[in-house]
Structure formats: structure tokens, C-alpha cells
Design a protein around this ligand. Structure first.
Ligand code: DMJ
Length: 456
């Protein structure tokens, strides 16, 4: 599947950000400013771990000769960080090739001006050429988004490790401190915050879009620090307690889900994006209160089960963008606009973590169902495509092979069917785009605090 997706990208969209598999053209989009080759940078580590070395070499050569960082245009700080910074970092850590280190350090520097705000909370959009930054037009009252400014920590800590420049860690620690200090409604973290005043702008809380990877990065910061980052740990378990008290629900049919919260009122909906949380709760089960270990493993399994139900209740056996638990619905999309599937990874991601944690064969069975569904409904002649309605027997394709399909969906599937020691969870954490970053083991630290690479 990876070779097919890659070969078609290479044939029809080489150097563009993504492949449009029906029209056999390239897509540039508006998330990465002037940066190009998102599918290449997102695929480096997947190709490498799968042993597709000719393809990896082509990708590396493109990075060397054509990845131009001197570009203007409106880029999402979050997307550039998780895909480009994350992709280059993991390619460097896996292969030791200096070119990736050089590129990622250049790119990291270009992101720093986004933090020049009164609070140090970065704005969402940055011009990589001029360094000017601003907020998304659609975000209320010039606010920054929790899932965006809260999903920089892992990459920025590694930028400091590689550059020996503490500035990156200082920037993300400042975000952490502000979030730790600020008053939180019922202990919850709302999705929108003003980078000027440092106050919440709206009391909307979600484990799906706009909130999701902030929570993921708290527990992963703790794990990546070899369990030394106690603040991250405290904030993660505090947030999880608030989520359990306010958002976790059981449907009449017995399905556990994480609802959304709008200023105290529950919206009984779960997004596909929120399905990463099965895996997240699972990987954090060992480090909370010992008496809660089994409880967290059960919660992780229940959420993953619910997300699997959202797949198995559709005609295509792929899950919708959002599913509901009201008006008689149980893990199904009720609105036409929620019925699409764009090759997202989160459900398969949770299968992979739950397999590693429990070795219950059902997770591999569920992963295989997803492989068959992807093959049947998303494979087209020149690549893989998202679909518009998972409930329709005859699918309509959206003509887009997202770069996260290569970096995440296919990587997590590959890992689900590999031995546990391929990117062991003891030694690696995956950024939110599935790019593996090494745990900074206490025993690997040099005197000055840098990571000793030969210890990986
Ligand atoms: C990816 O870019 C990342 O997983 C991000 O955290 C959420 N959205 C997509 C995949 O769905």
C-alpha cells in the first residue's frame, strides 16, 4: 500500500504537497506557505522503517536538492511543526544523515518569530520569509488554538537538544507555565486563548479537533523525558481527571465516548480526531496512581471499542468524520456533512497502541478490517483517496491522498503487524503526525545536557 501510494505521488505529484489521485495532479494547498514536498517529508521515516530504501533515497535527495526553506506565504505554525519539523527530526534520528539536521535547524529558526506576542503564546499563522505572524481569520477574537500552540513541545525540546540552544525549550516551557497557572473551568482546558491577554476566549472543550494533541503532548512530554518531566505528568493526569468527570459518557447502548463541552453544556458527539485518545489513555496507564492502572486500561479499551463501532456500523467499514450519541444515534453520523472519511489515522493509531499494550488479537483483526476497507473503497487507479460518505454502498472519492496517510495511517498499520521492538515504546514517542522521536534517556545525557546520539 505504501509503495503504491508513494509511486503514484512520485509519478504524478512529485515535489507538490499532496497527490490528487483521480486527476493525477499535484496539490499545494494553503497550510504550508511556500513550503513544498509535504508528502516527501512526511514519508521519509515510513519508507525507511519499511525498508523501501530506493524510495527513501529519492526522498532524501529531494530534501537535499529541492526543499527550499526560503519561502514566503502563509504557513500554519502547527502543520509545519508536526509534518516538516517532526518529519525531518525523525529522519535524522533514524538515519543519522546530517542533511536532515541542517534543514530542521534552519526551519526551527524561522518559526521563532511566531512567539513574539505579549504572552509568548504563538499565533497560528506565520510568514516564514518575513517572520510576521497573525491569527486564523476564523478563530474567534484573534485567539490562538489549544491544539496548535499546545502541540509544539516534543519537537521544540528536540530542536534544543540538536542545536544546543535552549531557546526552543524556553518557548514551549513558557506556554506550559501559562497554561498551568491560568484558572481552568472545572479543571478543563478550553480550545481558544488570547495570545495578547493570556485569557480563555470561549469555554469550548474538545478532545477532538482544536484540543486533541495538546493532551497527547502532555503525556508524551513526560514519556519523552524518560519520566522526569513531573509538571507534564501532573498536568496530564489533572486534565484526564477533569475529562473523566465532565466529558466521558456512556451511551444507552453501553458505548463509552468523550463528548464535547460548550460552556457546561454537553454536545454528545465524538470526532474521528478524538479517537486517538484510546491510545493516549493506554500509554499513560502505567504512570498515574497505581490503583488506577487497570481503570485507565479499561477506559482506553472502551474508547477504542467505540471508535471501532463507528467503523463497523458503516457500509464501507470506514468511520465518519464525527459520530453522535443523541436522537437515537449510537456511534453513527447523523449529519450529511459528518459522513466523510479522509484517510485519517486516529482509530488505527489506537489499535496499534492497544495491541502493543495488551496483545489482544482483536486489535490486529480490527486493523485488518481497515486494510480491507481501504483497499476496497479508497484505492483508485493512481493512489488512495478519501471518500465522501462512509454509509454509501457506491463510494464517491474526494480526489485527495493526504500526506498523513503516508506518515501515519500506513505507518501505524505496519507497526500493528510488526514486532514490538520495531520503534519500541520504551525508546520512542510518536509526534502527532506519527514521526518517532527518541526518548531522552537520563543515562544518555552528556554533561552539558545534550543527547548522546550514539546511545540510540
Ligand atoms: C494529522 O495531521 C495529525 O494526526 C493531527 O494531529 C490531526 N490531523 C491529522 C490526521 O487526522
Amino acid at each position: 500500500m505504501m509503495k503504491f501510494a508513494w509511486d503514484n505521488y512520485k509519478n504524478f505529484a512529485w515535489g507538490k504537497n499532496e497527490l490528487r489521485p483521480l486527476t493525477r495532479t499535484g496539490h499545494i494547498g494553503n497550510m504550508f506557505g511556500g513550503l513544498r514536498g509535504a508528502s516527501i517529508v512526511d514519508s521519509l521515516d515510513t519508507l525507511y522503517i519499511m525498508g523501501l530504501l530506493d524510495e527513501y533515497n529519492d526522498a532524501k535527495e529531494w530534501v537535499q536538492s529541492s526543499l527550499d526553506l526560503n519561502s514566503n506565504g502563509e504557513a500554519s505554525l502547527f502543520e509545519v511543526n508536526i509534518r516538516y519539523v517532526g518529519g525531518l527530526l525523525s529522519a535524522y534520528y533514524l538515519t543519522g544523515e546530517e542533511i536532515f539536521k541542517r534543514k530542521v535547524l534552519d526551519l526551527g529558526e524561522k518559526l521563532l518569530p511566531a512567539f513574539n506576542t505579549p504572552t509568548g503564546i504563538p499565533r497560528g499563522v506565520i510568514n516564514l520569509g518575513s517572520g510576521t505572524s497573525w491569527s486564523w481569520g476564523w478563530a474567534s477574537a484573534g485567539s490562538s488554538i489549544l491544539a496548535e500552540f499546545g502541540t509544539l513541545h516534543l519537537e521544540f525540546v528536540h530542536l534544543s537538544e540538536l542545536s544546543n540552544n535552549p531557546v526552543y525549550t524556553e518557548k514551549v516551557m513558557n506556554i506550559r507555565k501559562l497554561l498551568n497557572k491560568i484558572e481552568k473551568p472545572h479543571g478543563l482546558y478550553p480550545n481558544f486563548l488570547s495570545p495578547v491577554s493570556g485569557n480563555w476566549v470561549q469555554h469550548h472543550v474538545s478532545i477532538g479537533g482544536l484540543g486533541d494533541s495538546f493532551y497527547e503532548y502532555l503525556i508524551k512530554s513526560y514519556l519523552m523525558s524518560d519520566k522526569t518531566d513531573e509538571d507534564a505528568k501532573k498536568m496530564y493526569y489533572g486534565a484526564l481527571e477533569a475529562i473523566e468527570a465532565n466529558l466521558v459518557q456512556k451511551s444507552p447502548g453501553g458505548l463509552t465516548y468523550m463528548a464535547e463541552w460548550r460552556g457546561g453544556i454537553l454536545d454528545h458527539k465524538m470526532g474521528h480526531l478524538a479517537c486517538f485518545s484510546g491510545g493516549m489513555v493506554g500509554i499513560g496507564a502505567d504512570d498515574g496512581a497505581p490503583e488506577k492502572r487497570q481503570h485507565y486500561l479499561d477506559l482506553a479499551a472502551e474508547i477504542t471499542h467505540t471508535c471501532h463501532e463507528s467503523y463497523s456500523r458503516s457500509a464501507t467499514k470506514l468511520g465518519p468524520e464525527a459520530f453522535r450519541f443523541d436522537g437515537g444515534a449510537e456511534a453513527t453520523a447523523t449529519r450529511l456533512s459528518d459522513r466523510y472519511y479522509i484517510l485519517r489515522p486516529e482509530v488505527i493509531e489506537s489499535y496499534m497502541y492497544m495491541w502493543r499494550l495488551t496483545h489482544d488479537p482483536k486489535y490486529r483483526e480490527w486493523g485488518w478490517e481497515a486494510v480491507e476497507a481501504l483497499e476496497q473503497h479508497c484505492r483508485v487507479e493512481a493512489g488512495f483517496s478519501g471518500i465522501r460518505d462512509v454509509y454509501a454502498q457506491t463510494v464517491s472519492h474526494d480526489n485527495m491522498q493526504q500526506s498523513f496517510f503516508l506518515s501515519e495511517t500506513l505507518k501505524y498499520l505496519y507497526l500493528l503487524f510488526s514486532d514490538d521492538d520495531l520503534l519500541s515504546l520504551e525508546d520512542w514517542v510518536f509526534n502527532t503526525e506519527a514521526h518517532p522521536l527518541p526518548v531522552i534517556h537520563k543515562s544518555c545525557m552528556e554533561e552539558g545536557g545534550g543527547l548522546r546520539l550514539d546511545s540510540l
